[in-house]
Design a protein around this ligand. Structure first.
Ligand code: HEC
Length: 148
């Protein structure tokens, strides 16, 4: 592939609008090139961590992990606190925040967009399997509360 882009104005006695057209084409080419370079990086950022395919998520194990890593903000009974929202809320039902949302929130944090608590920071020290256990616990409690 020829990677050089010639953006020098054409030296020709041609049409007066020619320089402008060429510059526009150059800008377009540069934009496309920039997008092509940044796309893989963006795709990488939204890669969802995958739990072990053989894992049987265990809500009891998830409860212990939740209490250790999430309850300080989301509340010991998933009812929320002054630092984070309740997980027993319709907006966190599986069809609105699927299991991938849990993996992504733990890995990369979450920008404040539903509430006024501020951003959720990433939570270090948890494997994708740990997060799947936590999610199983949250789903169980949500079902008990009629959120499904
Ligand atoms: C320091 C406080 C804090 C901790 C610790 C925390 N969260 Fe959060 N979390 C938040 C806040 C605040 C939001 C809401 C952001 C918003 O939408 O306004 C949130 C949102 C979420 C969301 C929704 C993300 C989305 O896509 O909208 C999930 C899922 C979540 N948290 C899971 C967890 C899990 C699982 C843990 C523990 C491993 C955890 N959080 C620990 C503060 C926290």
């Amino acid at each position: 592939m020829n990677k050089t882009i010639n953006c020098a104005p054409a030296i020709s006695p041609g049409h007066p609008g020619q320089h402008i057209t060429r510059l526009r084409l150059c800008l377009l080419a540069l934009l496309i090139l920039a997008a092509a370079i940044s796309l893989p990086a963006v795709a990488q950022n939204i890669q969802v961590p995958q739990p072990n395919p053989g894992l049987m998520p265990n809500p009891a194990a998830g409860k212990a992990l939740f209490e250790k890593s999430c309850a300080s903000c989301h509340g010991a009974n998933l009812q929320g606190s002054d630092k984070g929202p309740p997980m027993l809320n319709k907006i966190y039902e599986p069809s609105h925040h699927g299991d991938a949302a849990f993996q992504l929130a733990v890995k990369s944090g979450s920008r404040a967009h539903h509430w006024q608590f501020g951003d959720m920071p990433p939570v270090p020290g948890l494997t994708p399997d740990d997060v799947a256990q936590i999610t199983a616990y949250v789903r169980l409690e949500q079902r008990k509360a009629g959120i499904q």
